[in-house]
Design a binder for this molecule. Structure first.
Ligand code: SF4
Length: 192
């Protein structure tokens, strides 16, 4: 079983999403359709980007595009938009977001990049100190995210918890953010 960034984002929003969707098999179709459309929009934008363009201002000396990352030992997989090889010998994930930059990095964006960083560290045996996000709807503004050891530890713990709900089928605690419940697809099923 592999955990993807999407699995983990759902888990972090509410651990019961993971249970309803992957243990009971009840899908959230409407939201998925929206995500697919957003994914298509981003893809169309990315297609226009010159594949030969190297972001030298960020210190890149080489890049790969659309890289599938798979780590059986971390139980993780995902696809990063670009993988940058930096002049200091480290590597960084680079991702496009079909979003505006609102002066802060959402936790969801950071966790996704942390998962890529964990896989890159392991698969390429290099240090990953930061990631870059390109906000398409803010004139392609590029924002840097720095990682700490704590970020990596928290991401590994979250992956293991998410995996354990799916594999062991235990019913997790509800999100502590009760404001998420009234509009939730699963509100009629959810107890306690
Ligand atoms: S109703 Fe609330 S606790 Fe239940 S799955 Fe939805 S968000 Fe989570």
């Amino acid at each position: 079983m592999f955990i993807t960034p999407s699995h983990l984002l759902e888990y972090l929003y509410c651990p019961r999403f993971t249970y309803y969707e992957y243990v009971l098999g009840i899908d959230r179709r409407e939201e998925k359709r929206l995500k697919v459309q957003l994914g298509k929009d981003t893809h169309l934008f990315k297609e226009k980007i010159n594949p030969g363009y190297l972001r030298k201002k960020l210190g890149a000396v080489k890049k790969e595009q659309e890289v599938e990352l798979v780590s059986p030992s971390l139980n993780l997989k995902g696809k990063v938009d670009e993988l940058l090889y930096l002049e200091d010998g480290t590597m960084s994930p680079f991702d496009y977001k079909f979003a505006e930059y609102k002066d802060r990095i959402w936790k969801t964006f950071k966790i996704q990049e942390t998962l890529y960083a964990l896989m890159i560290k392991q698969l390429y045996q290099v240090e990953v100190k930061k990631a870059f996000l390109c906000f398409i709807r803010s004139k392609s503004k590029i924002v840097e995210i720095e990682f700490t050891e704590k970020d990596f530890e928290e991401a590994v713990d979250a992956v293991n918890e998410c995996l354990s709900i799916i594999q062991d089928g235990y019913y997790p605690q509800a999100t502590r953010v009760k404001a998420r419940c009234p509009d939730c697809t699963y509100r009629n099923l959810c107890i306690g």
